[in-house]
Design a protein around this ligand. Structure first.
Ligand code: BGP
Length: 460
């Protein structure tokens, strides 16, 4: 076989509690920031569809897990919802949530599917947002408390934990770009949010290690490789700054236990450093992970600004501009460039510059609008474009493995078409089509292909 992967390679997919469970107002769950935001600004969500009934996994998890099995999965990642497990953020554990997650995890294990469990996927409980969200150290402490409960409740069966999914996204979307609640645009506050998230991550890692369990803990980062337009000094500087602010700001604390001095200098230059408390440095050092999840969708192409910014930047994008590479291949539905080699570049960077820590591709995928156009005579979506997309990325992943990358697996985003933050069900990513009217699930052509690849440990 031309592209043969290791026998124990993780084949699977990823989702998250808020995007898949549904039952957002049932089972004792309290509102998270997306539930709240939908209640006050439904026009921000595509088609006016909010997070209330996302993909109904809460009600269908048994048959959905049977589908995972059919898709050849040996592993699956989802998250625990903080607002479901501890509805008031800090106090009583919700027994209905414990019963639900126990049932899900037991079912996955019974099917021979390893659960990889993430603790936070953009879904701050609203009650904790009201107490300052990530701007508040009290919320950091509450998150560590929540994480510790998760370890105690489920750690006997969950052996692969992740503290956060894409922690830069709530910073960029919630505090810089006006894309997610609380829709703040303030660079200084964004830096504080990022810094406190890194502390929360480290605190959870420390709490997990203190338990001396026989599992591992990591973080999931969207490592968007940064490519300068040219080798001109101004383009290189712009690219370096984008990389420091948007990749290395979480990558270095998670893998090295400290920040890159260049990032500190850059923030200092613009008077954007967060408040540092005694003990923070030691805590960050304790946050080095065992395992890194990498979400990869698109490259970041950067050029110098035509007019250099003077004064304090309002957002990172005041320090660089995005660059559209001529001839780039696009996914027009999501507006994201498709660049398969990026996956290889990330894995090579991790191998050469970060000690080749165990890692896996925790998300990669292609969201396509109007997939009903591709429903064939057999009644399934004939999504050859998705097969091409996955295959193209796996070929580069395979090359990275041949060169010694410690990549352990590949997870697609996502399993069943699920709800997306602002786009709701506009772009479909699943191996399985979801009929929104009937909630019927139908495996797409890519799902059958993926199952074959997983069972054969590769493809030709
Ligand atoms: C990642 C998130 C996922 C998922 C995916 C697809 O950034 O971790 O939650 O949503 O992107 O992006 P979108 O849903 O915005 O199309």
């Amino acid at each position: 076989m031309q592209y043969r992967f290791p026998d124990n390679f993780w084949w699977g997919s990823a989702s998250s509690a808020p995007q898949m469970e549904g039952a957002a107002a049932r089972g004792g769950k309290s509102a998270n920031i997306f539930d709240h935001w939908f209640a006050i600004a439904p026009e921000r969500f595509h088609g006016g569809i909010g997070p209330t009934d996302t993909s109904t996994f809460y009600d269908h998890f048994e048959s959905d897990i049977a589908l995972l099995k059919q898709l050849g999965h040996n592993s699956f990642r989802t998250s625990i919802s903080w607002s479901r497990l501890i509805p008031d953020g800090t106090g009583e554990i919700n027994p209905e949530a414990v019963a639900f997650y126990n049932a899900v995890f037991d079912r996955l294990l019974a099917e021979g599917i390893t659960p990889l469990i993430n603790l936070y996927h953009f879904d701050m409980p609203m009650c904790m947002q009201e107490r300052g969200g990530w701007e508040s150290r009290e919320v950091v402490a509450a998150y560590i408390h929540y994480a510790s409960h998760c370890f105690a409740l489920f750690g006997d069966r969950i052996k692969h934990w992740f503290t956060f999914n894409e922690p830069i996204v709530p910073v960029e979307c919630g505090y810089l770009g006006h894309h997610h609640y609380p829709c703040v645009v303030d660079f200084g506050r964004a830096v504080t949010v990022a810094y406190h998230t890194a502390l929360a991550h480290a605190g959870a890692v420390q709490a997990y290690r203190a338990r001396q369990e026989d599992g591992e803990i990591g973080i999931i980062l969207n490592l968007t490789p940064t490519y300068p337009r040219s080798q001109e000094p101004a383009d290189l500087l712009a690219s370096r700054r984008a990389d420091l602010l948007l990749n290395k700001s979480f990558l270095d604390p998670a893998l090295k236990g400290c920040y890159d001095p260049e990032l500190i200098a850059l923030l200092e230059q613009y008077d954007l450093l967060p408040q540092v408390a005694e003990g923070d440095k030691a805590l960050l050092a304790a946050g080095k992970v065992d395992l890194l999840g990498i979400n990869y969708y698109q490259p970041r192409r950067v050029k110098a600004k035509d007019e250099p910014w003077s004064g304090t930047p309002r957002t990172p994008e005041d320090l660089f501009d995005y660059y559209e590479m001529p001839g780039r291949k696009m996914n027009p539905h999501r507006g994201w460039e498709i660049y398969e080699k990026g996956i290889y570049d990330i894995l090579t960077d991790l191998r050469v510059n970060y000690g080749n820590l165990p890692c896996y591709i925790s998300e990669n995928g292609m969201g396509v609008e109007g997939e009903e156009r591709f429903i064939g005579p057999q009644g399934r979506v004939e999504d050859d474009y998705r097969i091409d997309f996955i295959r193209g990325h796996l070929e580069w992943l395979h090359r990275a493995l041949e060169e010694g990358s410690a990549c352990r697996g590949y997870h697609l985003w996502t399993f069943i078409d699920n709800w997306s933050w602002l786009n709701a069900y506009k772009n479909r990513y699943g191996l399985v089509r979801l009929d929104l009217e009937t909630q019927q699930r139908t495996i797409k052509k890519s799902g059958h292909w993926f199952a074959d690849v997983a069972r054969n440990h590769g493809f030709n």
